[in-house]
Design a protein around this ligand. Structure first.
Ligand SMILES: Nc1ncnc2c1ncn2[C@@H]1O[C@H](COP(=O)(O)OP(=O)(O)OP(=O)(O)O)[C@@H](O)[C@H]1O
Ligand SMILES: [Mg+2]
Length: 477
């Protein structure tokens, strides 16, 4: 606040100066006017137009009576010949062009002996006489009284400011530091917090204006806390999940070491290989999930791509495994339809869904993959006639490490968590529901359809039409 004050101060001095001088001019102009009138009254005209100037000594003395300023006066005729008065005072050079109404008093600035003068003048004459016979009466005075008065006015305005402004500064300073104290206390409270303290900031002694800010901040703290808790849970779960196959591995290895029968040893080694596979799969799934989450943070660029062609490639890759399990893996082609997506992550998503469908469908079953285009939406569907799941289970399967008990199938419980993560990255909605048509389940991921700006297309067509590329010439048909 000090900076604007310091800027306003000189401005106020300048403005005061301007008004003070115009105020100081007014009363002294009135006095000059009186003098001109008094002088004019001393001039008489006879019938023929001859003038007579009778200036008694007392009148001259009165004009000279000013103690502070020097007063000059003269009477001149239209030709500029001085008839009476002071020789120093000179007629204005452009006098001939100035207004010369009888009875009006005009003012001008002049200079005598290097001193500025304020001059009042009037024409004296008889209206019946021609203008050339009129006389010009001028009275001028130096500006000392005026500048003294205007200086007094300025001083009386400015001097109190020397007291008022520092006082205002002190008061504002005091008021602001007083007003900002709650803010300072709040800052100290936040600074004094422990590093891992994500509890909400108490709003009891917080100024009203800051309440919404603190509320928003507390909301963010709450989200951070939830996020951190989820991460902690995830790490704990992941460690627990890793420990199971590793402990199994160790046990199997210890057993194998005690084995002397080559056939039994082979068997143990086979089990070890399976456990290693399981652990590797778990690590892979964890890595995929971490990658999908990282992409979300980096807001990776999504590009327009044809979901159907990604699906077809993926189905081709799974055909052999489906044949192994004697499951009929089907693909229903769809018209090309684009979505904004990341091909790498979408392949991961599709592969997890097909993996589930094949795993939770007994031999001889059927899995069908398709893309359905409907209005603004492009839906990926993986349908199976396998063991299916209940509505309650369907509500939980996207949780990390959640697995339905008693399916008799191996897995880490991360596949659908990965699917959900990737779907969210694409602003798509993923679901797994009981298959309404028969036993089994149907997984759906609903994407928004990507439509390039249709306005551009319209514009292109119009330009081409104008150029005559599209339209055949008249009579062509
Ligand atoms: N097509 C399906 N039919 C029936 N149940 C399913 C199907 N897909 C998933 N589920 C159920 O949802 C659970 C979670 O699936 P998710 O893919 O997340 O984990 P997972 O398959 O057990 O392990 P991962 O895929 O990480 O190897 C599964 O354990 C299974 O019980
Ligand atoms: Mg799975």
């Amino acid at each position: 606040m000090l900076a604007p004050l310091l800027f306003v101060w000189p401005l106020s001095i300048a403005v005061t100066h301007y008004f003070a001088s115009s105020v100081a001019t007014y009363p002294y102009d009135q006095a000059l006017r009186e003098n001109v009138n008094a002088l004019a009254r001393q001039i008489r005209f006879d019938k023929s137009g001859r003038s007579q100037i009778a200036l008694p000594a007392s009148a001259r003395a009165m004009l000279r009576a000013d103690e502070i300023d020097h007063v000059y006066f003269h009477v001149v005729n239209r030709k500029g010949v001085k008839l009476a008065g002071d020789s120093e005072l000179r007629v204005a050079e452009d006098m001939a062009y100035q207004p010369d109404e009888l009875g009006e008093i005009y003012f001008r600035e002049a200079e005598v002996n290097g001193q500025d003068l304020r001059v009042a003048y009037a024409y004296v004459g008889d209206p019946s006489l021609p203008r050339e016979k009129w006389l010009l009466v001028e009275v001028g005075e130096t500006l000392e009284k005026r500048s003294q008065l205007s200086n007094k006015i300025i001083a009386s305005v400015i001097l109190p400011q020397f007291v008022i402004i520092p006082l205002a500064v002190v008061l504002v300073w005091f008021g602001l530091s007083q007003g900002l104290q709650p803010l300072t206390r709040l800052r100290e409270r936040i600074e004094a917090r422990a590093e891992n303290d994500l509890s909400p900031i108490r709003t009891r002694r917080v100024p009203e204006e800051l309440q919404p800010l603190i509320d928003a901040f507390n909301g963010m703290l709450e989200r951070m806390r939830a996020n951190l808790a989820a991460q902690h849970r995830f790490i704990a779960d992941a460690a627990h999940q890793m420990r199971t196959p590793l402990t199994g591995l160790k046990t199997q290895a210890q057993l194998a070491m005690r084995e002397s029968d080559p056939e039994q040893l082979k068997n143990s080694l086979r089990q070890i290989a399976t456990s290693v596979d399981r652990a590797a799969h778990l690590v892979n799934q964890l890595l995929t999930l971490a990658r999908a989450e990282a992409s979300e943070q980096a807001q990776q660029a999504l590009v327009p791509l044809d979901l159907d062609s990604v699906l077809r490639q993926q189905v081709e890759e799974w055909v052999v495994r489906a044949l192994d399990r004697r499951i009929d893996l089907g693909y229903e082609p769809a018209p090309p339809s684009e979505i904004l997506g990341n091909a790498l992550l979408l392949r991961e998503l599709i592969s997890n869904l097909i993996d589930n469908a094949l795993r939770y469908t007994p031999e001889g079953g059927r899995v069908t993959c398709r893309v359905v285009v409907q209005g603004d939406f492009v839906t990926l569907e993986i349908e199976d006639n396998g063991i299916g799941l209940s509505e309650e289970q369907a509500a939980m399967v996207f949780e990390r490490f959640y697995r339905v008990d008693g399916t008799g199938v191996d897995g880490s419980g991360l596949g659908l968590a990965i699917v959900r993560e990737i779907a969210e990255l694409h602003r798509a909605d993923a679901s797994l529901r009981p298959n309404p048509a028969e036993r089994g389940a149907i997984a759906r991921v609903v994407f928004s359809r990507y439509q390039p700006m249709s306005a551009d297309g319209a514009f292109d067509a119009q330009v081409e039409g104008e150029l005559g590329v599209r339209n055949p010439p008249a009579g062509f048909v």
